[in-house]
Design a protein around this ligand. Structure first.
Ligand code: DLL
Length: 432
């Protein structure tokens, strides 16, 4: 189901012309209003008029998360704060979070794209949407919210958590659509069962799930357990939030909202642009954003472009399911965690060595993080009470930094494998 047939099914030639026209404006705006962009363009001998074709975009330097951090909080904004009507921020990362801003027009664009995304999953005015994405600085909650209001569906802004109440509301209010992370959807399904209920007691029809990696197997499980069609949605705060790309009912790749974002796939080691079909790092450029124009943003997400036409009639390219990340960020229960954050905590604790490993697993339906760390030689390994209080201390500090629970296991000195090259800090045993 289309929300905006004209845009979603635009002939490709027309779409490319629109992309170029919009991209030129974005590059102009970035050059004149954002010192960082002016500097990096000049360093590369570029001026806005050097962009004459869409291919010329490849001459422009990449933007990285670090650039946003270096310009924390508002240095990458292309408008003054008086024009910004909303601020969001990325979830836990190393150092400072990245801050993103929206003008009134940006919110309007985002609402429109989210309306398209929801409609692509079959959402109509008559639907009751249970929005269990977190509301707050995270873009999931409010992104879905505005899209739902644009469509005119009834939205329940329940946010995440309190799962029994979620289920009661789902049943009593007759929710037809569920929006949350795929792992939370599975957890909700488990609670539904524990409460002696099943999909037949509910009216769920579709779910729009994203914000973390998941697999075809996980989709099957969610669909069976909740009795709905599970649609994958992709996005990231730096680009706009959810609604950068979304699946249609054919569930075979995510349509990129190409009239607002230009997608490239690059070799993460060389930066070379790869042809459709090849696996590499996704890079996005915004073409309409006002507050935070973003040029060639390296997402760290691994996927490929699918250029073949989709049966649904939309003319945009699709991207395949996200297959992993180039950096060491791990997503645990929807929270972005970098090993270096944990390292930072450990390095401040005297009784342990900076030799550690993170074991991520999925017990039942929940992600579990275990931090294994070596105690130093002078810490007596046989004093149970001491070790217990040390374990608690480390756990509390890590939990307060990450905002998620974890298990800490102290191990004897020299127990953790030393590496000769890159250390393998993370062992991800999740089979998703
Ligand atoms: O997760 C935006 C979002 C909210 C997307 C709700 C979908 C639904 P961030 O917190 O900035 O934004 O995290 C962005 O999450 O670079 C990916 O690594 C990962 N991610 C997002 N969607 C998917 C997906 C939101 N469908 C980071 N599949 C991205 C796999 C995803 N990973």
């Amino acid at each position: 189901m289309y929300w905006n047939e004209k845009c979603e099914c635009m002939p490709r030639e027309e779409l490319k012309a629109l992309q170029l026209e919009r991209l030129k404006q974005t590059v102009e705006r970035a050059f004149h209003n954002v010192p960082h962009y002016r500097k990096v363009m000049q360093e590369n001998g570029l001026e806005p008029h050097d962009l004459k074709s869409l291919d010329d975009l490849q001459k422009f330097p990449f933007t990285r998360k670090q650039d946003l951090r270096d310009n924390y909080p508002y240095g990458m904004f292309a408008v003054s704060l008086s024009e910004v009507v909303r601020i969001h921020s990325s979830s836990g990362t190393t150092g400072k979070p990245t801050v993103v801003g929206y003008t009134r027009n940006d919110i309007n664009t985002w609402s429109e794209l989210m309306a398209r995304a929801l409609a692509s999953a079959g959402v109509k005015k008559e639907d009751v949407i249970q929005n269990a994405y977190g509301y707050g600085l995270f873009t999931g909650g409010l992104g879905v919210h505005y899209g739902a209001e644009r469509i005119g569906a009834s939205i329940i802004p329940i946010s995440g958590g309190n799962t029994k109440r979620q289920v009661m509301i789902m049943k009593d209010y007759g929710s037809t659509i569920l929006t949350c992370t795929p792992s939370y959807a599975l957890y909700i399904a488990e609670v539904i069962k524990e409460m002696g209920l099943g999909p037949e007691d509910l009216q769920l029809r579709a779910g729009i799930f994203g914000a973390e990696p998941w697999s075809e197997n996980m989709r099957k499980e969610i669909q069976e357990k909740l009795g709905l069609m599970a649609i994958d949605i992709y996005g990231l705060s730096e680009i706009i939030g959810p609604g950068v790309a979304v699946e249609c009912k054919y569930q075979n790749g995510l349509h990129v909202m190409e009239d607002h974002f230009i997608v490239e796939v690059i070799n993460p080691d060389t930066g070379e642009v790869l042809p459709p079909g090849e696996l590499g790092e996704l890079v996005f450029t915004s073409s309409t954003k006002e507050a935070l124009p973003i040029i060639r943003y390296r997402t760290g997400d691994i996927s490929r472009i699918i250029a073949e036409k989709c049966e649904c009639g939309r003319t945009s390219v699709r991207i395949g399911r996200i297959e992993g990340r180039t950096d060491d960020m791990i997503i645990i229960r929807g929270v972005n965690v970098f090993p270096s954050q944990i390292e930072h905590v450990l390095l401040n604790i005297e009784e342990v060595e900076p030799h550690y490993q993170l074991i991520v697993d999925r017990e039942g339906l929940l992600d579990r993080l275990e931090v294994q760390v070596e105690v130093s030689e002078k810490t007596a390994f046989d004093e149970v009470k001491k070790l217990e209080s040390l374990t608690n201390k480390i756990r509390n500090e890590i939990e307060s930094v990450l905002g998620i629970s974890c298990k800490v296991k102290l191990v004897e000195p020299k127990k953790i494998a030393r590496s000769e090259g890159k250390a393998q800090r993370v062992i991800d045993k999740r089979k998703i």
